[in-house]
Every structure is written in C-alpha cells, then in structure tokens.
Design a protein around this ligand. Sequence first.
Ligand code: DX5
Ligand code: ZN
Length: 230
Amino acid sequence: MARRPILISPSLLAADFARLGDEVARAEAAGADWLHVDVMDGHFVPNLTIGPVVVEALKKRARVPLDVHLMISEPRRYAAAFAKAGAHVLTFHVETTADDAEAREVIAAFRAAGVAKVGVSLNPDCPVERVLPLLGDVDLVLVMSVYAGFGGQRFLPEMLAKTRAIRARGWGGYVEMDGGLNAETIPLCAAAGADVLVSGSALFGAPDLGATLSRFRAAAEAARGETIHA
Ligand code: DX5
Ligand code: ZN
C-alpha cells in the first residue's frame, strides 16, 4: 500500500495569540502542511480557547488546511459553525458520545455540514476499542498522547500502542498524534504508524521554526518502517 507523506500540523495553541495572523504565515513559511486549531469549551476540558469567530479569521489568512480539534462537550451543536468558519478537518472526541450509534450521528452531522475530512479523537484513558468500530466512518483518528486541555505536557508512550492497533487493522486513513511531540517522540509516533504529527510548544518555542519543522519531518520519514521501542 502506498503511504502518504508525513504531514506536520503545528498547534497554534503555542503561538502568540496577539499576532495570530503573522504566526500563521510564519508556520506556513516554515513548511506547515496543516494548521492545528485547538478548540476548548471549559467543560469537556478545564481550559477555554477559541471559537468559530477566530477560526474564520484564521481561514482568511491561512493557505494550508485548518485542522480543527474540538475539545468540546457538544460537537454536533457547533458542526455547522466550524464548517462555515473554514475547518477542513473537523475532529470530535469519542468520549462525548454514549455509544457507536451516537458517534455516527456526530459524524453524519459533520458530513452534512460539509467538512472535507471528519476525525475522531480519544484521550489517554479511553480504550482504542472505542474508535475501532468507527474506522469505516471517519477519515482521521487523533490519538491523544497527553490529556486534552493544555499544551506543554509530557508525552505518554503507552499511547503508541493505540496507533499500532489501528494500523494493525490495515486502516489506510490518517492517524494523527497530538501532545508532547518533539524531536525525541516524533520518530516513535511515525514508527507506530502515525502520519499527521501535531506539535505546539516544541515548534513555536524553537529558536528556528523552519529548521525545527524540517528536522521533525525528516526524523518522522526516517523512522517509518523502523521498529523503535519506547
Ligand atoms: C492539547 C492540545 C494540543 C497541544 C499540543 O490539549 O490538543 O494540540 O496544543 O501542545 P504540545 O505540542 O505543546 O504538547
Ligand atoms: Zn490538539
């Protein structure tokens, strides 16, 4: 099976919010494939971040697709707003649904809203079995390698097994990993089968964003196919 190239999706949560438009341009100039936008509602997670108004403003400045990660309790309620605002990938957390049937209703609502790609995510304490029945319904699985809510946390290596389990099913969709990704952990993610890599603090906190992003991409591509034990 031909593999897609690695995609790097810098998380704007670690950018300077006072000059977001410039940060978008900086990330794109550095080689960002997608831009990761973390939406938090103060309910599903304790933190509050941005909403559709800011996504719409980002969309005006962005040339690459917006990868919108909804950490909100009622994803269905806001599907149309985020689709209209310009989300290309729209991802919800499976923990916000009671069962597969309800998760499929959210997915259907996202499709009806017109987003190009639908993703489902799971927190570290959610077993991978919750998303396996949905693989035929989504384009992307976002495996959280920290607990959703804050940037700058330490990578949880036990989460790599979830990515491996998804790939072991022969699934050809996107597997994205998010949380604590840096030069050390990115090769582990890629070797496990992840092909979309989110990084916030390690990228925006680096002295040279472009060089760091290139290094992350090269390390990920090199690690693919290798067996690395965390
Ligand atoms: C955490 C967010 C992440 C976060 C990653 O809830 O989903 O996207 O921005 O930040 P780092 O790369 O700093 O762990
Ligand atoms: Zn995220």
